[in-house]
Design a protein around this ligand. Structure first.
Ligand code: NAD
Length: 498
């Protein structure tokens, strides 16, 4: 590491605050395998300071006019738009994904800000005039208070933007705990929010590891937690958070299947499988990691996939022309490679360990393909979260459906077919939260909500969109009557509306 070590600290009360904990982690450059900076790890006291800043800012922010909140979000939207390149470069530098891929992440984040700009409309309640004689009933939605977001390494810009634009638009104040692996973009977003006119303390960032998370989970002033990460952590966050009386939405891992029927356009299916399996080196919760092929099309489909894999350019994400960058850490790269070393009866068709890019110091692995994958093998049962695509061969649609529905994850899935009736039946039958019909990565647009089923989501409400607004607010119903002496009398009976 060079003498001038980049240090990424917390953002509390509108400014960068260094940690007093003395604990820190290394920010790696995944393309070179070298350290490129340090990230502070918060102590309990650091977390308490961020929560206190958010709590102090809450009463005034909650009372701020909706039009003013929307104005700040509009300005933030303009600033993120103007800084797309800078954000994408920083994401690429610490995460490793290509700059083009990071630009896509920023674009999807922007859409979530745009949705939140409509907050005055989104918070409209219902009103029933004359629910009883002279009595009106109406519902309002109010913010919760201080809410926290805990985010994964794989979308360091977009996933926080799934959360905080809606949360602060609704009138909450926010504490973000980003991934310690690529933490710096959180500070850039904080600076842009300040520039947009967001009052100090409304948005705070706490860097760190499980110490920070555990304090957020037990802090009495945190009212709700949005989490995105792996399934074991999501489950434990949900259990601990709800035990402590908090509202929790905890999105977990995934194993997304793409079903290819014999009538599908095989070229289109192969393009989609390769794009969705190897984009961002497979480190996407909506990546396709299993292609379920009806046996009669498996061989030509594999040939088409292999042909496309050979053309993928692998190298540093910041080098123009690269399609795929490195994995996030050496430990993770080695874990992904272990599935190729021990295929447990599956056939390794393309072994990414042999790719020239995988021979250097960076955390690279080539694109990999495994055939004859079956449930019960580690490479099927685990979320690999790397550039390894597995092929499961089945004889029938029913056989494919049974496999997909038996999987404990249920984030996304896709069907490739020209038959509208079968596609509609799949949509009806499949027990997965997000479904693509000839669309391999069906991430909902910002005005729908994002979330899987089963082991991919713990909690009741999906993230962003209308369910995000619901998550960050609670309903209050007001029954009102204005004094009218002409209708007033003593009546001890239970109030009735007719
Ligand atoms: P992770 O679960 O390791 O970490 C997520 C967050 O939890 C990070 O902020 C991390 O610091 C924190 N954390 C890690 N270990 C912890 C512990 N023991 N106690 C408390 N907090 C802890 O996930 P990751 O490796 O950063 O991200 C990849 C995972 O996220 C994959 O499983 C992927 O599928 C999932 N993911 C899911 C979605 C979705 O929408 N469902 C989206 C993106 C990523």
């Amino acid at each position: 590491m060079s003498a001038a070590i980049k240090r990424t600290s917390h953002w509390i009360g509108g400014q960068i605050v260094a940690s007093a904990s003395g604990q820190f982690g290394t920010i790696w450059n995944p393309a070179t395998g070298e350290g490129q900076g340090q990230v502070d790890f918060a102590s309990t006291a650091d977390v308490d300071a961020a929560v206190a800043a958010a709590k102090a800012a809450y009463p005034e922010w909650r009372a701020t006019a909706l039009s003013r909140r929307a104005e700040i979000l509009f300005r933030f939207r303009e600033l993120v738009d103007a800084n797309r390149q800078a954000i994408a470069q920083l994401v690429s530098l610490e995460h490793g994904k290509t700059v083009a891929d990071a630009m896509g992440e920023v674009a999807r984040g922007l859409e979530n800000i745009e949705f939140a700009c409509g907050i005055p409309n989104l918070l409209k309640g219902g009103y029933s005039e004359q629910a009883s004689r002279g009595v009106d009933v109406y519902q309002i939605r109010q913010p919760l208070g201080v809410v926290a977001g805990i985010t994964p390494f794989n979308f360091p810009a977009m996933v926080p933007m799934w959360m905080f634009p809606n949360a602060i638009g609704c009138g909450n104040t926010f504490v973000l705990k980003p991934s310690e692996k690529d933490p710096s973009v959180s500070l850039l977003l904080a600076e842009l929010l300040k520039k947009a006119g967001l009052p100090d303390g409304v948005f705070n960032v706490i860097q760190g590891d499980r110490v920070a998370v555990e304090r957020l989970l037990e802090h009495p002033d945190i009212k709700a937690i949005s989490f995105v990460g792996s399934t074991p952590i999501a489950r434990s966050i949900y259990e601990a958070g709800t035990r402590n009386g908090k509202r929790v939405q905890a999105l977990g891992g995934a194993k997304n299947h793409m079903l290819v029927l014999p009538d599908a356009d095989l070229n289109m299916a192969a393009d989609a499988a390769v794009s969705a399996a190897f984009g961002s080196a497979g480190e996407r919760c909506m990546a396709i990691s299993i292609v379920v092929a009806i046996d009669s099309v498996a061989d030509p489909l594999i040939a088409a996939i292999q042909e496309r894999m050979a053309a993928i350019q692998i190298g540093p994400g910041q080098t123009p022309g690269m399609d795929m960058g490195p994995l996030i850490t050496k430990v993770h790269r080695d874990k992904v490679a272990s599935y190729l070393a021990d295929p447990e009866g599956a056939t390794v068709v393309v072994d990414g360990r042999e790719h020239p890019a995988a021979q250097g110091e960076g955390f690279f692995l080539g694109t990999s393909l495994m055939d004859h994958v079956k449930p019960g093998m580690r490479c099927y049962d685990d979320e690999i979260f790397g550039p390894v695509l597995g092929i499961v061969r089945v004889q029938t649609y029913q056989g494919a459906l049974a496999i997909i529905n038996a999987n404990p994850y249920a984030n996304g899935t896709a069907i490739f077919t020209r038959d509208g009736g079968v596609a509609r039946q799949f949509q009806f039958d499949v027990e997965v939260g997000m479904v693509g019909i000839n669309v391999p990565i069906p991430v909902p647009v910002s005005y729908y909500s994002f979330g899987g089923w089963k082991g991919s989501l713990f909690g009741d409400l999906h993230m962003y969109g209308p369910e995000g607004v619901q998550f960050y607010t609670r309903g209050k119903v007001v029954t009102s009557r204005w004094p009218d002496p002409a209708t007033s009398s003593v009546n001890l009976g239970f109030p009735q509306s007719r």
